[in-house]
Write a protein that binds this ligand. Structure first.
Ligand code: PRT
Ligand code: ZN
Length: 311
């Protein structure tokens, strides 16, 4: 953990009302964060040092940093916005609270990427009969503050072994009885003969903002960015579906279209008993759905991805 305050302050002195958004420089959140920004219409050119990306078509620059630095960069108003994992935010918030300080970053959007969970995992052969089994055990983690809060809430006395990485090998090295670490696919646990037994926190990426009141121009751009993010998040799984169907089959078809509100029904020229249906489905449309649609009389079924949506 580095304190960004003095070094980064130099970057915030320019007079141009350009937004600064902190993004992880190199890690699991980098590609999905940049992908989100591209979908929001941002064209970014990156300098040679790759520390900063310049928004060519929006007054928004991206600062590439370690994810652990993002909460402080934002709450110290060096950056206006930041994209970071909820797990990093929560740990920082609790760490500050332990020192009697209050975190000042504000969460503005929960995002649909960076999904993982902070979970307890025990060696494969070990017995686990619920949280009572944790009593008196040594638990290795890189998130001591979240683990401490969890143990206190459960009124369980256990020893927290704080590590800076490679938590999954701690039980094998005899440094801990079990671990509390981030899990996504579970393959790291499996490879290390560990069994996931309890979720402490469900995490995902979040967009945070500075507590400071922004200038009118910056505020307007934050508003526009949020609206675009909402549009991108809305259409992620959405599909545009078009089909022909007997008018009589419309109630059955409506039931089959996943997450669609009010489909558009258009008469089919020369076929009074048949109609064209256009609908936006907010969920993915699987082959099984298409087969069921065919069974109730649909034909000429087309499924298209939705790129943008503005409510
Ligand atoms: O260098 P920097 O400090 O910026 O990066 P970092 O190494 O601290 O973070 P990084 O890139 O590993 O993760 C960034 C963020 O991605 C995390 O803070 C989480 O919010 C999110 N995230 C999502 C994950 C995972 N999934 C994840 N699986 N972060 C870490 N892991 C690790 C986990 O610690 C374990 O080692 O992946 C391993 C388990 O993965 P599975 O798929 O085998 O279960
Ligand atoms: Zn990190």
């Amino acid at each position: 953990m580095r304190s960004p305050a003095s070094g980064w302050a130099l970057l915030s002195v320019d007079k141009e009302p350009r937004l600064k958004l902190a993004v992880q420089k190199s890690g699991r959140l980098t590609d999905p964060s940049l992908d989100l920004l591209v979908r929001c219409g941002l064209k970014l050119s990156r300098g040679k040092d790759q520390l900063m990306g310049f928004g060519e078509n929006m007054p928004l620059d991206v600062l590439f940093v370690r994810d652990d630095d993002i909460p402080d960069l934002v709450q110290e108003d060096v950056c206006d916005l930041g994209l970071v994992g909820l797990n990093v935010l929560e740990e920082r918030r609790l760490e500050m609270a332990a020192r009697g300080a209050t975190a000042r970053f504000e969460t503005v959007r929960d995002l649909d990427f960076g999904r993982c969970r902070l979970a307890l995992a025990v060696p494969e052969g070990a017995t686990f009969d619920g949280l009572e089994s944790l009593r008196g055990k040594r638990i290795a983690t890189t998130f001591p503050f979240m683990l401490d809060q969890f143990l206190r809430r459960q009124a369980i006395a256990a020893e927290i072994v704080t590590l800076s990485g490679a938590v999954e090998i701690a039980p094998r090295l005899g440094r801990a009885d079990l671990i509390c670490d981030l899990v996504s696919s579970g393959s790291t646990l499996q490879a290390n003969h560990l069994r996931e037994v309890y979720t402490v926190l469900e995490s995902h990426a979040v967009l945070i903002r500075t507590p400071v009141i922004l200038s009118a121009i910056k505020s307007e751009w934050v508003g526009r960015l949020l609206m675009r993010i909402d549009g991108v998040e809305q259409v992620k799984e959405s599909k545009y579906i078009m089909l022909h169907a007997p008018r009589a089959a419309l109630p059955a078809i409506r039931k089959l279209l996943p997450g669609s509100e009010s489909p558009t029904i258009i008469p089919l020229e020369g076929h009074p008993e048949r109609v064209v249906v256009h609908a936006v489905c907010r969920e993915n449309v699987f082959w099984e759905t298409l087969e069921s649609l065919k069974k109730v009389g649909a034909s000429a079924v087309l499924v298209l991805p939705v790129e943008k949506m503005l409510a």
